[in-house]
Design a protein around this ligand. Structure first.
Ligand SMILES: NC(=O)c1ccc[n+]([C@@H]2O[C@H](COP(=O)([O-])OP(=O)(O)OC[C@H]3O[C@@H](n4cnc5c(N)ncnc54)[C@H](O)[C@@H]3O)[C@@H](O)[C@H]2O)c1
Ligand SMILES: O=P(O)(O)OC[C@H](O)CO
Length: 343
């Protein structure tokens, strides 16, 4: 192992929402319990908000609880909330990114001059970044290219509130450099949060992003009251589409990744207990009918990474749900999630 890897590691968290706060609980305790591996203090960048007249950072530092995004869960006191992202990342060796994907690029640009050369990035962000011109990009590539650091990912069937309540689950970490595998396990593994580390970063990350789309489809099925058999069909078809996407757009034939926690397990968890599922259900219940080719995006804001078209004909009970997620990616190529459900 090289000298840089052997020195004590300073960890920071970039993001502090529902998942960021749950992960802060794990990382804070693991860092404290391994003083031979990690520095004790973990700075956590918190996008400042005022809650009942008080700053969220002050509340977290006084009460050791993120009262807005993860109430009733205590975070260990060595996790210090800071509102300045540059302060949070300065001198850190491991930077854990857990922001909603739409904020990642601007946040990295602010951090660029302060990040330690040779630091390791780790993205827990599930989504793709869509920009005019460059099309769909992996979040890990945005971090890697903006900060010039190696970037790993962590994805899995990890609904934040369940993890925070210490209910058993598994997760998948992917990192190209095997020298980091051990330290990443030490940072995240607990008796209830079981870590497997592999090397297929793009495959793991694609699973985390694509399952959101299927989760919205599952919510639509729930909203329409179509039952568990239909939802199982959507999950199966969705998994096949996820595989097809990674083969076509990431040129990856590695299907083993779909059988890790980041794959089928996260798909099932999201389709039953995720917010993407809630979104799909809420859209159907609140709107009943959405014209064909109306754009889904305004309704779900950041939750969908691309434009989607949805149509439902109530009288014939025929539903079609499409996500045109490759529209901007390559000229003349367009892979489409399409669910046809007839009764
Ligand atoms: N919640 C889960 O169960 C869960 C589990 C696994 C992965 N994830 C993924 O983790 C990522 C973060 O999700 P979350 O659930 O923690 O978020 P969240 O929806 O709970 O919170 C949103 C966060 O964004 C912050 N924010 C708002 N405006 C901002 C800005 N302009 N700049 C920077 N930050 C801003 C808020 O302060 C808050 O911390 C997502 O990619 C999500 O898919 C979530
Ligand atoms: O609430 P969702 O749908 O964003 O899913 C949360 C997590 O990704 C589940 O692992």
């Amino acid at each position: 192992m090289n000298a840089a890897l052997a020195a004590l590691k300073r960890v920071c968290l970039i993001g502090s929402g529902n998942w960021g706060s749950a992960i802060a609980k794990i990382v804070g305790l693991n860092v404290m319990n391994q003083p031979d591996v990690f520095e004790k203090e973990v700075l956590m960048y918190v996008y400042e908000e005022i809650i009942d007249g008080a700053k969220l950072t002050d509340i977290i530092n006084l009460e050791h609880e993120n009262v807005k995004y993860l109430p009733d869960i205590k975070i260990s006191p060595n996790v210090i909330a800071v509102p300045d992202v540059v302060q949070a990342c300065t001198n850190a060796d491991i930077l854990i990114f857990v922001l909603p994907h739409q904020f990642v690029k601007e946040t990295c640009e602010k951090m660029a001059s302060a990040v330690k050369p040779g630091a390791l990035g780790l993205s827990l962000i599930k989504g793709f970044v869509l920009t005019e011109g460059e099309g769909i990009q992996l979040v890990s590539n945005i971090i890697k290219n903006t900060l010039d650091i190696e970037t790993a990912v962590l994805m899995g069937a990890n609904l934040a509130t369940e993890v925070a309540s210490e209910m058993f689950c598994e997760t998948t970490i992917a990192c190209h450099n095997p020298e980091y595998h051990g330290i990443l396990s030490k940072l995240f593994q607990t008796p209830y949060f079981r870590v497997k580390v592999i090397e297929n970063v793009a495959g793991v990350e694609a699973c985390g992003a694509l399952k959101n789309v299927v989760g919205i489809g599952a919510g639509i099925v729930d909203g329409l009251g179509f039952g568990d058999n239909t939802k199982a069909a959507v999950i199966r078809l969705g998994l096949m589409e996820m595989m097809k996407f990674t083969k076509v757009f990431l040129e990856s034939d590695d299907i083993s990744v779909f059988f890790e926690s980041c794959g089928i397990a996260d798909l099932v968890a999201t389709c039953h207990g995720g917010r993407n599922r809630l979104l799909g259900e809420a859209v159907v219940k609140s709107m009943k009918y959405i014209c064909h080719s109306s754009y889904f995006e305004p309704f779900c804001l950041s939750r969908l990474f691309s434009a989607a078209a949805f149509s439902y004909n109530h009288s014939s009970r025929h539903m079609m749900f499409q996500v045109l997620y490759s529209h901007h990616m390559a000229k003349n190529s367009c892979l489409v999630f399409t669910y046809f459900i007839y009764e």
